[in-house]
Design a binder for this molecule. Sequence first.
Ligand SMILES: [Zn+2]
Ligand SMILES: [Zn+2]
Length: 143
Amino acid sequence: MKTVEDLTERFRERGLRVTPQRQAIFGLLHADASHPTVETLHERARSSMPTISLKTVYQTVHDLEAMGEVELIHLGTGSVRVDPNVEHAHHHLICTVCGNVRDVLVDVRDLRLPARDRRGFTVADVEVHFRGVCDDCAARQLS
Ligand SMILES: [Zn+2]
Ligand SMILES: [Zn+2]
């Protein structure tokens, strides 16, 4: 994900307004590998900007998505997650207990569907979700 300065410049180039609230969201996403939900992002933004609205966070995230700076992904955790890693093709590790998400770089280019299982589809993309229990949840289950 681009830096706050780069994103500010790109938003202005497109004639989009850049407010301190929006810059706070850029900053939060830049430093975040946790794939937060929009609601989580809002909670975090409020700790430094108590008046920021959920609507502002949604709008900013959607503008970032429209510009290809983040991806909004569905990982079966109940809410859409914001993925700032658009630079590297990757897959995800997902904790089925707490919804923790991590990027994994694994090469699945050799994963092929036999022709008879493709049912006439032209396959363009493969997405792999590794589901399991994260180390924090595993530790909690033991204690
Ligand atoms: Zn977990
Ligand atoms: Zn990711």
